[in-house]
Design a binder for this molecule. Structure first.
Ligand code: PEP
Ligand code: MN
Length: 339
């Protein structure tokens, strides 16, 4: 249930209303907007009679029932967009496009430093790189694991770029806390509910990727697991879904951008690399995503894609990434967004 207060409702009356609601054993989420406050109520809201509440408290504009199962992630609970801030680098700011780039996997010191410097020079504000890789085959390269995390930290020291890396097990949380700025939850783990619960206790943003065949509502319910645990800094990522089409690795669901913008206040970033699986198609999909209102792009870049140990066919060279960023800037400019 959502209680929308009137413009500039007095603080003392707002406080009284909040205490009354808390006294009914409800969890009250207070969202103070530019000119009005919205209260999100969680718990057994059946004890609330909306008409009676409105009559008793003239500061209330309206009381809305939230029928969707996602509450904290719901735009009605939190009408202002969430802006995730990692030491001054934002994701979700209407005026800024967030660029995240880097290799699928960390492979060596030379590789990650070269890519980190290259993507930074091109305009990226975050470095991605997998240390623990979810591979279909147990015989495929599994990532450099802890050594990979150490190299990511070194790349951060050299470039200042915050690190985004995928976590595959809740048992790694303490370790990741020391090396990573944004925890990525991969598509395959979107519904690893026990891990999501643990990530709810983490004090760093979570980039949550949409599962291979999951609905937007399921994606938001996974975000809700993290948020209901106390971590409200969730970034959603559309990375293509499974369809009957086999030409591309997955099918990029562009409609997820406007749909999610209607459903939630959380930032939405697009991963065109995993969506199409082919480097030549990354740029057109990235342009489409920005034009459709994505808050950011996460793109795979490698210093030598032909020799990459993972996802080389979809990785851009540093030069191709620079080219893409220049194109993207022009689209962002039209909407007065910068990178
Ligand atoms: C990745 O980002 O390298 C990755 C494995 O992505 P996804 O979980 O979307 O497949
Ligand atoms: Mn990859």
């Amino acid at each position: 249930m959502v209680v929308v207060l009137k413009n500039n409702a007095p603080a003392d009356l707002t406080g009284e209303l909040i205490s009354e609601l808390k006294g009914k054993n409800l969890d009250v989420q207070i969202n103070t907007g530019v000119d009005r406050t919205v209260l999100g109520l969680l718990g057994d809201v059946t004890i609330i009679d909306p008409d009676a509440l409105e009559t008793q408290h003239p500061i209330i504009e309206k009381v809305l029932k939230v029928s969707e199962p996602y509450k904290k992630a719901n735009i009605r609970f939190h009408p202002e967009p969430t802006v995730v801030n990692v030491s001054g680098n934002t994701i979700g700011d209407k005026k800024k496009l967030a660029l995240i780039a880097g290799p699928c996997s960390v492979e060596s010191e030379e590789q990650i430093i070269e890519v980190a410097k290259g993507v930074k020079a091109a305009g990226a504000k975050f470095l991605r790189g997998g240390a623990y890789k979810p591979r279909t085959s147990p015989y495929a390269f599994q990532g450099m694991q802890f050594e990979g995390l150490k190299l990511l930290k070194e790349a951060k020291e050299v470039t200042g770029l915050p690190i985004v890396s995928e976590i595959m097990s809740a048992s790694h949380i303490d370790m990741f806390n020391q090396y990573v700025d944004v925890f990525q939850v991969g598509a395959r783990n979107m519904q690893n509910f026990e891990m999501l619960k643990e990530l709810g206790k983490v004090d760093k943003p979570i980039l949550l990727k949409r599962g291979l065949a999951n609905t937007l509502e399921e994606l938001l319910m996974s975000a809700e697991y993290i948020m209901s645990g106390g971590n409200e800094n969730v970034i959603l990522c559309e990375r293509g879904v499974r369809t009957f089409e086999t030409y591309t690795r997955n099918t990029l669901d562009i409609s997820a951008i406007p749909a999610l913008k209607k459903m939630t206040h959380l930032p939405v970033v697009i991963d065109p690399s995993h969506a199409c699986g082919m480097s030549w198609m990354v740029e057109p999909l990235a342009k489409a995503a920005v034009a459709a209102g994505a808050d950011g792009l996460i793109i795979e870049v490698h210093n030598n894609p032909k020799k990459a140990l993972c996802d080389g066919q979809q990785s851009l060279t540093i030069e191709q990434y620079e080219h893409l960023v220049n194109k993207i800037k022009k689209i962002a400019d039209i909407e007065e967004r910068s990178i």
